[in-house]
Design a binder for this molecule. Structure first.
Ligand SMILES: *[C@@H]1O[C@H](CO)[C@@H](O)[C@H](O)[C@H]1NC(C)=O
Ligand SMILES: *[C@@H]1O[C@H](CO)[C@@H](O)[C@H](O)[C@H]1NC(C)=O
Ligand SMILES: *[C@@H]1O[C@H](CO)[C@@H](O)[C@H](O)[C@H]1NC(C)=O
Ligand SMILES: *[C@@H]1O[C@H](CO)[C@@H](O)[C@H](O)[C@H]1NC(C)=O
Ligand SMILES: *[C@@H]1O[C@H](CO)[C@@H](O)[C@H](O)[C@H]1NC(C)=O
Ligand SMILES: *[C@@H]1O[C@H](CO)[C@@H](O)[C@H](O)[C@H]1NC(C)=O
Length: 363
């Protein structure tokens, strides 16, 4: 974790704790929209990767924290996605949890907070969604989500032990990086890959526990979501020794933007937003590109991702099940991932599990 001083735009208030050598800064997020101009950050500082990027939150801005875990065993469809996030127009500090059971059955819940506090420690954060029962804490080695929300039907923990370095859309976690993933969408990936354990109790008595790979990012914007986006594909997963994260975003102007990430043995192999760094396209049924609202969901995706010195990865994703109720705009899936490295002789086909999503917002 970086121990350099956090300065988030004009909003800084550094507290230097000598004993732990941690620099702390605390932000309060009221549960209601603020009728003021929001200040939004689109360039990185030396630290504060997972910290708030929009202050305050008004009717046309958002700032989300997103966590997920996907099982590492293909027959097991278990996933957990937690977003302590604005979910409605008026009540913006809501924690939402979606899970899919091993058999693919979906369950979700939401818990409303009275406001939230996010503390920034170097590149990482601690977050408390007041009186919602949802909070997280972080250390250099990972994150822990604690949930005590019996009224929302869930208690337990989700842990993340980081196995790959954090990053931004176009490069590593360092000062001066462009944070815009696509038009007006900021993105910072605090946990690109982790060994995770989900240990929850659903509706009082149903245990929901599994091990898998975990992930955490945040995204934000200075405009209403979707106003500048036509469609996008996001995905992530672990394939053999590789931790992978990709974005392929199509803006309303017809410009496609990209972000590719690959890490191995705790080191970044590729972190780039160059046009040839990654390309994702739907395959099988409903593989029209670009997808529109009336296009059905595809059977899978083909992704080409440049691994840098390790070569080029050709990846096929097969949808196994949706992890959220299907709707025309948004779909998130758990699926099989298989890949091989172009040009390399005698390489075995690598396999793994992935979580991936698509937005399509126009007809
Ligand atoms: C927001 O502030 C403006 C200017 O102060 C005021 O005209 C408007 O009515 C306010 N809107 C709300 C929803 O409070
Ligand atoms: C919210 O902030 C943005 C700038 O980030 C500004 O353009 C917009 O007018 C603000 N909205 C309100 C209601 O103040
Ligand atoms: C799937 O698993 C859940 C949780 O154990 C259970 O409630 C549900 O009935 C199962 N569904 C089917 C179709 O077996
Ligand atoms: C933010 O990113 C996560 C995945 O990284 C995604 O699931 C979510 O849809 C994104 N939301 C917005 C509004 O950008
Ligand atoms: C393709 O789209 C049709 C129509 O929306 C849908 O019924 C079908 O299930 C889709 N195929 C897949 C693989 O999801
Ligand atoms: C997913 O991968 C597992 C393990 O490789 C395999 O057993 C299963 O048949 C695959 N499913 C699909 C739909 O490809």
């Amino acid at each position: 974790m970086s121990r350099r001083i956090i300065i988030l735009g004009i909003l800084y208030q550094a507290f230097f704790a000598f004993a732990s050598r941690r620099v702390e800064q605390s932000f309060y997020i009221p549960s209601t929209l603020q009728n003021r101009t929001s200040y939004t950050v689109f360039e990185s500082l030396a630290s504060g990767l997972d910290g708030p990027k929009v202050q305050p939150i008004n009717a046309t801005t958002f700032d989300w924290w997103y966590f997920d875990v996907v099982s590492t065993n293909p027959p097991d469809l278990s996933t957990a996605v937690c977003i302590p996030t604005p979910d409605s127009v008026t009540d913006i500090t809501v924690a939402v949890l979606w899970i899919s059971f091993p058999n693919g059955t979906l369950w979700s819940t939401a818990s409303h907070a009275d406001g939230a506090t996010v503390k920034v420690n170097g590149d990482y954060t601690d977050g408390t969604w007041d009186n919602s029962g949802f909070s997280w804490t972080s250390k250099e080695s990972g994150y822990l989500i604690e949930i005590d929300a019996p009224d929302a039907g869930v208690t337990g923990t989700i842990s993340f032990r980081t196995v790959a370095p954090p990053h931004y859309p176009c490069g590593p976690a360092e000062a001066g990086q462009n944070l815009e993933l696509g038009p007006h969408i900021g993105w910072a990936n605090a946990i690109s890959d982790a060994d995770s354990t989900v240990d929850l109790r659903i509706d009082g008595d149903t245990p929901f526990a599994f091990r898998g790979t975990g992930y955490h990012d945040k995204n934000w914007s200075d405009v209403v979501f979707g106003t500048h986006i036509t469609s996008w594909y996001w995905g992530r997963g672990r394939l053999g020794p590789y931790s992978l994260v990709w974005w392929d975003v199509l803006g309303r102007t017809g410009v496609e933007t990209f972000s590719a990430y690959a890490a191995k043995d705790q080191k970044i192999l590729a972190a780039s937003c160059a046009p040839e760094s990654i390309k994702a396209r739907p395959i099988g049924q409903n593989s029209t590109y670009p997808p529109v609202l009336s296009t059905g969901n595809p059977s899978g995706y083909h992704v080409e991702l440049d691994l840098g010195v390790d070569g080029k990865l050709e990846l096929d994703l097969t949808v196994l099940a949706p992890t959220i109720a299907l709707n025309p705009e948004y779909a998130r899936f758990v699926g099989n991932m298989s890949g091989s490295i172009t040009g390399e002789r005698n390489t075995e086909r690598l396999i793994g599990m992935a979580l991936f999503e698509q937005f399509k917002l126009t007809e």
